[in-house]
Design a protein around this ligand. Structure first.
Ligand SMILES: Cc1ncc(C[n+]2csc(CCOP(=O)(O)OP(=O)(O)O)c2C)c(N)n1
Ligand SMILES: [Mg+2]
Length: 290
């Protein structure tokens, strides 16, 4: 099996990244894709049980955001969390062990697919309820500020990136947390992975204002829309958001337009989305397995 990188070298200059950085981002995306494909294989062979939500198609978002963070920064995820954990440096072995309910899993086999957690990597989960990670991220961001301003820590201000889906932005916790994050100038990056669908509901059918990034403005934080299939564009936007957060200027919302290539979970027959829609998005992936 060979892989092809669809990336003109001129892009490296435009985004001011080195060849080495691009290769390591590509490696991270391929790791994510391969890991998820192996999960599907194990599940359909009847060796893996429970709810399993895969991330195929969205790898550029995880890589573009998380690889721009520093080791001490925090990440909060959703139930679609395996690949976010891998990008944050949690080993594939310990995530896979978790999916098999083993004691050697990163959550000691007690969490499973939706509750990946790793304290040494500042990876704060893994949440089955949608929007649950957003207030947790605010808590992490608040303690970053508190440890500097009140406890006198000399470390850099730690940034928290929190990932969630388009459907989740209709949940009240999203709006409450946008409000509070600006009020307290918290070092947080809200990463909306707009994969166009919330289980079987198309995004445009669930909100009168489908452009999520525009909702940031009313709370007073920058909202930026980015091509979620373009890892370099995501990285660049994230670097700006990190600089803003780290310097104490507060939060940023990034809406990454992306697509999941598999059903909502491995139990979903994925019959609601058209073949044309799927093919159009799949053609835009950086990763091709030939
Ligand atoms: C509080 C809560 N309400 C409802 C659900 C059921 N539910 C599971 S996934 C989902 C859709 C989420 O869609 P989105 O936020 O777009 O994330 P995606 O699955 O596309 O990554 C819903 C409503 C839930 N898990 N938690
Ligand atoms: Mg979605």
């Amino acid at each position: 099996m060979t892989q092809e990188i669809r990336l003109p070298l001129t892009a490296l200059r435009k985004y001011e990244v080195s060849k080495q950085q691009v290769l390591s981002m590509y490696e991270d995306m391929v790791l994510g894709r391969s890991f998820e494909d192996m999960c599907a294989q194990m599940y359909y062979r009847g060796k893996m049980f429970g709810f399993v939500h895969l991330y195929n198609g969205q790898e550029a978002v995880s890589t573009g955001v998380i690889k721009a963070l520093a080791k001490q920064d925090y990440v909060c995820s959703t139930y679609r969390d395996h690949v976010h954990a891998l990008s944050k440096g949690v080993s594939a072995k310990s995530v896979m062990a978790e999916l098999f309910g083993k004691e050697t899993g990163c959550s000691k086999g007690r969490g499973g697919s939706m509750h990946i957690f790793s304290s040494p990597h500042n990876f704060l989960g893994g949440f089955a309820f949608i929007a649950e990670g957003i207030p947790v991220a605010l808590g992490a961001a608040f303690q970053s500020v508190y440890s500097k301003q009140v406890l006198g820590s000399q470390d850099l201000l730690r940034v928290t990136a929190v990932f969630f889906g388009d459907g989740t932005t209709n949940n009240g916790q999203f709006f409450e947390c946008l409000n509070m994050s600006v009020l307290w100038k918290l070092p947080v990056i809200f990463v909306v992975e707009n994969n166009q669908w919330a289980i079987g509901t198309a995004h445009h059918r669930s909100t009168p204002m489908p452009e999520i990034y525009k909702k940031a403005e009313v709370f007073g934080l920058p909202g930026i829309e980015v091509d979620g299939m373009d890892v370099l564009a995501i990285r660049k936007i994230t670097e700006e958001a990190i600089a803003r957060a780290r310097s104490g200027e507060g939060p940023t919302l990034i809406e990454a337009l992306t697509y999941r290539f598999r059903g909502h979970s491995l139990a979903d027959p994925d019959e609601l989305r058209s073949a044309e829609e799927k093919e159009a998005w799949m053609a835009r992936s950086y990763i091709t397995f030939i």
